[in-house]
Design a binder for this molecule. Structure first.
Ligand SMILES: Cc1cc2nc3c(=O)[nH]c(=O)nc-3n(C[C@H](O)[C@H](O)[C@H](O)COP(=O)(O)O)c2cc1C
Length: 206
C-alpha cells in the first residue's frame, strides 16, 4: 500500500532531485522587510519564511536562516517595516535579496523609493500598496529535537501602524484578490500570484 508513497526522514536526506519541503509548505507570503542599523543605514530584503501569528495585538514573524543584516538591525534597533510584495514589484523584490555589504542600500539597488514611517525609523517602500510598521517583541533562536541550537532566528514583531492604498479598500473591505500579492513556492524560481479566480468560500461550522 505504501509503495506509492515516497517516505523519507529529513535527517537522512530526501532522495529527490530537489528538496520538496518548501514547495510543499507553499506558496508562502513574503516578508519584505525594511530596517535600519543603529547609524541609520537602510536595508531591505525578502523573507518567505514569514507569516502572521496573532490578531490582537497583530504579530508577524519571519525566520532569518543565518544571522543576516536584517536580523542584526532589528537586534540593534527593535524596529522593522513589512512591505507587501506584488506582481509589479516582483523584480525589485528579487533584486533586494542580493547578498551585499551592510552599507549598500537595497532601496537604491532595486530602484525603490523610501517613504518615512510614522512610528518607527526604518522607511516604508513607497511603491508597495500595503505596509506594516513593526516593533520587535521576541527573537528566538531555533533548536532541533536534540536541543541543539540551529543558526536560525525567528523574529517576531507587533504591528504598530498599518498603511493601505485606498484603491484596495472596496466598500472598506481589503481586496486580497485585486492587490496582486505574490507568493513564494519551491525550487530556485517558483512564485504564484493570486487573483479572483482562486477565490472560494467556506464558512466554519456553527
Ligand atoms: C523570495 C525570497 C525569499 C527569501 N526568504 C528567506 C527566508 O525566509 N529566510 C532567509 O534567511 N533568507 C531568505 N531569502 C534570502 C535573503 O533575502 C537574502 O539572504 C538577503 O541577502 C538577506 O538580506 P539582509 O542580509 O540584508 O537581511 C529569500 C530570498 C528571496 C528572493
Amino acid at each position: 500500500m505504501t509503495t506509492n508513497i515516497h517516505t523519507y526522514e529529513p535527517r537522512l536526506g530526501h532522495g529527490l532531485p530537489h528538496d520538496p519541503f518548501n514547495a510543499i509548505v507553499g506558496p508562502r507570503p513574503i516578508g519584505w522587510i525594511s530596517t535600519q542599523n543603529a547609524a541609520g543605514a537602510r536595508n531591505l530584503a525578502p523573507y518567505s519564511f514569514f507569516n502572521a501569528f496573532n490578531y490582537v495585538p497583530p504579530i508577524v514573524g519571519f525566520a532569518s536562516i543565518g544571522a543576516k543584516d536584517t536580523l542584526r538591525n532589528i537586534e540593534a534597533t527593535g524596529e522593522f517595516v513589512w512591505n507587501l510584495a506584488t506582481r509589479e514589484l516582483a523584480e525589485a523584490m528579487n533584486q533586494s535579496c542580493a547578498a551585499v555589504p551592510p552599507e549598500v542600500n537595497e532601496f537604491e539597488l532595486a530602484g525603490l523609493t523610501p517613504l518615512p514611517s510614522e512610528k518607527v525609523r526604518p522607511p516604508r517602500v513607497a511603491e508597495s500598496p500595503v505596509t506594516f510598521e513593526c516593533r520587535s517583541t521576541q527573537i528566538l533562536q531555533l533548536q532541533g529535537i536534540d536541543g541543539a541550537k540551529v543558526p536560525t532566528w525567528l523574529v517576531l514583531g507587533e504591528v504598530v501602524a498599518v498603511h493601505i492604498a485606498k484603491t484596495l479598500l472596496k466598500d472598506g473591505v481589503y481586496d486580497t484578490a485585486g492587490a496582486g500579492h505574490i507568493l513564494r513556492a519551491g525550487g530556485p524560481a517558483d512564485y504564484f500570484t493570486v487573483g479572483p479566480e482562486q477565490l472560494f468560500k467556506i464558512r466554519r461550522p456553527r
